[in-house]
Write a new protein. Structure first.
Length: 253
């Protein structure tokens, strides 16, 4: 697998979390999310402790809270869905400022917000402390099918390239005095979308031919094999094991 490129989500650093192998962090985040999802929605105190755990990881990683909060914007569609639940879910009703709200809907909204936010925050911390290449090598180390790893690699790489191509086309339109102001300009935008598709397809063809000419046979070569020591696995396991202890404590109370 060739050298990667720095992604916007990644923040270079030399913290203990940054130094952990990618596959260790992937397993830790997955286990943490499983524990969070399995926690009853009524255990509000447990979700507060989970958030504190992620805050501790961010502090050790030296990731600013503002950086994490900006990346949480991606969950806005889920937040909008959660805010609708108290109004549409049937069941026992309560009143807040004279507005009737569904009690099951309120619990459902809290469940979506709490678990979704914690899951997204854990993913943001993973991406901000792990280089893209290390993540892909980690997936390969965890025996994910090589084809899926390649698809993920190309998707991320060419997603950035297509975004840059869209930006250049937008600059070209504005330099010629074009500004979309209504329905009558949709034709120009549609032609731009078609041109973008053709350019992306042709770029993919050229890249594929270049890879074949360099000996590509369906699998990417692995430059180095990433291994993890017992100490690194133990360090990565601190997050999900602590979350599991909180989950077990909830059962006993």
């Amino acid at each position: 697998m060739g050298a990667g490129h720095a992604h916007r989500l990644y923040r270079p650093g030399n913290s203990p979390v940054h130094r952990l192998p990618g596959h260790c962090k992937l397993v830790a985040v997955l286990a943490f999310v499983v524990v969070v999802v399995s926690t009853p929605r009524e255990a509000i105190w447990a979700f507060a402790l989970y958030a504190a755990l992620l805050g501790a990881v961010a502090a050790v990683s030296r990731i600013p809270a503002r950086f994490v909060l900006r990346r949480l914007v991606i969950e806005i569609p889920f937040v909008a869905f959660a805010f609708l639940m108290p109004f549409v879910v049937p069941g026992e009703q309560t009143s807040f400022l004279g507005v009737p709200l569904s009690v099951p809907g309120l619990w459902g909204a809290w469940n979506v917000l709490a678990k979704g936010t914690l899951g997204v925050a854990a993913s943001v911390l993973l991406a901000s402390t792990t280089e893209l290449r290390a993540l892909l090598l980690g997936l390969q180390r965890l025996k994910l099918p090589p084809l899926l790893v390649q698809i993920a690699s190309f998707m991320i790489r060419y997603g950035d390239l297509i975004t840059d191509e869209m930006r250049r086309m937008s600059i070209a339109r504005r330099s010629r005095g074009f500004e979309a102001r209504g329905v009558r300009h949709w034709g120009v935008l549609a032609k731009s979308a078609g041109a973008l598709f053709i350019r992306s397809y042709e770029r993919g063809e050229r890249v594929h031919l270049a890879m074949i000419s360099r000996g590509y046979t369906g699998s990417m070569p692995v430059i180095d094999e990433v291994t993890a020591s017992r100490a690194q696995w133990a360090c990565a396991a601190l997050l999900p094991l602590t979350a599991l202890l909180i989950r077990l404590l909830g059962w006993t109370l």
